[in-house]
Write a protein that binds this ligand. Structure first.
Ligand SMILES: NC(=O)c1ccc[n+]([C@@H]2O[C@H](COP(=O)([O-])OP(=O)(O)OC[C@H]3O[C@@H](n4cnc5c(N)ncnc54)[C@H](O)[C@@H]3O)[C@@H](O)[C@H]2O)c1
Ligand SMILES: O=C(O)C(=O)C[C@]1(C(=O)O)C=C[C@@H](O)C=C1
Length: 369
């Protein structure tokens, strides 16, 4: 795996980081901390021993623990990354052992209550956070440092948050390659109701309409799939996320209903509907594109993967035998029925050489030298 040398610190920011809840987000943070040399040691703590064994085997963490205890005192960074419904309990389990000097943060999707819980538990150096990145595929097996790269990461300090802790947290987020933004918890919750939780409910409503008619699922093409991807997320976790933010979400839902009613009325006013469509296109096209690659994209090669066994092996063996050094590899799930591999190579020349070799073996490739 490549080291982003431009961001690696000369000395690690932390000696011992503990990631509690080593799933998609916790695992991605642990990988970021390790790959970017931000902590000397990363300890994974999880309620599920199988998850921890997997995390250790995948090189996501250096050490694992299943029960809270004195070992936590050595941690100078503690990340709470369990599902929303378990966060309070997790904080209560860990709090008695935390070093008062440790920076503590969380990654929960709703920010309203957590700071109060931490205050009640006497955890002073707490800064609540929420990386605006994720996936419908949870679990440590899907964790990757690049998931958090270039993500907007909301920090929601309260009046009690020490400024030094906020500044350490900003620095951590920046060193993970993400972009911190600071706002009050209530403002965060109102915004994510519209930008994250409403789309989830809308995706459920759409999938429910299809569930009652098999002919509809048969016709589901890219548009429907793009709009409903988040319905594939963990049902309990998504349920907990929206319920936790129900007041703000109700507001967003009532605005959404008004939007739908307006669009329905515009069906009889094609000129008005065109204006709406143009505005929608402008807004959608102007959303910032989040780049997640750790390598300069100019040395990337994308190889289409036919839906047959051992295609990844065939590509890596072919290039390995020719002495092409694959510095980074990523499976791109572009479409559900197939996919592609992104290979990070050393130079433009290597991209050209690899492309020629792969084309010769019948693969479809796209590359930028
Ligand atoms: N999935 C996303 O897209 C996304 C994005 C941003 C933030 N978040 C937030 O991140 C958090 C984690 O989500 P995820 O998608 O990584 O979930 P996940 O299911 O991939 O991982 C959660 C992990 O927490 C562990 N866990 C559960 N209860 C625990 C407990 N009491 N103590 C210790 N470990 C416990 C589970 O075993 C699992 O390994 C949630 O609070 C979620 O709101 C999720
Ligand atoms: O699946 C994704 O791509 C996501 O970004 C997941 C997503 C979202 O849709 O807003 C889901 C919940 C989180 O708290 C943050 C991100």
């Amino acid at each position: 795996m490549t080291q982003p040398t431009h961001l690696a610190s000369p000395a690690p920011l932390f000696q011992t980081a503990v990631v509690a809840g080593v799933g998609l987000i916790g695992g991605s943070m642990a990988l970021g901390l390790r790959q970017r040399l931000l902590a000397k040691k990363v300890i994974g703590y999880d309620a599920n021993i199988d998850v921890l064994r997997e995390a250790e085997a995948l090189g996501v963490v250096d050490e694992i623990r299943t029960t809270a205890g004195e070992w936590l005192r050595e941690a100078d960074l503690v990340v709470l990354a369990a599902p929303m419904r378990s966060l309070d309990g997790l904080a209560r389990d860990l709090a008695p052992y935390l070093n008062p000097a440790a920076l503590v943060t969380d990654v929960g999707s709703v920010k309203g209550g957590i700071a109060g819980v931490m205050e009640e538990l006497g955890v002073r150096q707490f800064v609540a956070g929420h990386p605006m990145a994720g996936s419908e595929r949870g679990g440590v097996t899907h964790a990757r440092a690049a998931l958090l790269e270039n993500a907007v990461w909301v920090l929601t300090p309260t009046d009690q948050t020490p400024l030094t802790s906020l500044s350490k947290m900003r620095s951590l987020v920046e060193h993970l390659g993400a972009a911190p933004i600071v706002m009050p918890p209530e403002a965060h919750d109102a915004l994510v109701a519209t930008i994250s939780h409403l789309p989830y409910l809308a995706s459920l409503a759409l999938t429910h309409m299809v569930a009652r008619d098999e002919r509809l699922s048969l016709l589901a093409a890219g548009g429907f799939r793009d709009l409903t991807r988040v319905a594939s997320g963990d049902p309990r976790m998504s349920r907990d996320m929206v319920v936790e933010n129900k007041a703000a979400l109700r507001e967003a839902l009532s605005r959404f209903r008004r939007q739908l009613e307006r669009l329905e009325a515009d069906l009889d006013d094609p000129e008005e509907l065109l204006l709406s469509a143009q505005e929608g296109k402008r807004t959608r096209d102007s959303l910032p594109v989040v780049k997640r690659s750790l390598l300069p994209p100019k040395h990337d090669l994308v190889v289409a993967m036919p839906d047959q066994p051992n295609q990844i092996g065939a590509v890596t063996q072919l290039l390995g035998a020719a002495g092409v050094n694959i510095k980074d590899i990523e499976v791109l799930a572009i479409r559900e029925e197939g996919g592609a591999l992104r290979l990070g190579l050393e130079s433009a020349e290597e991209v050209a050489r690899a492309a020629e070799l792969l084309r010769g073996a019948g693969f479809e490739v796209r590359g930028r030298g």
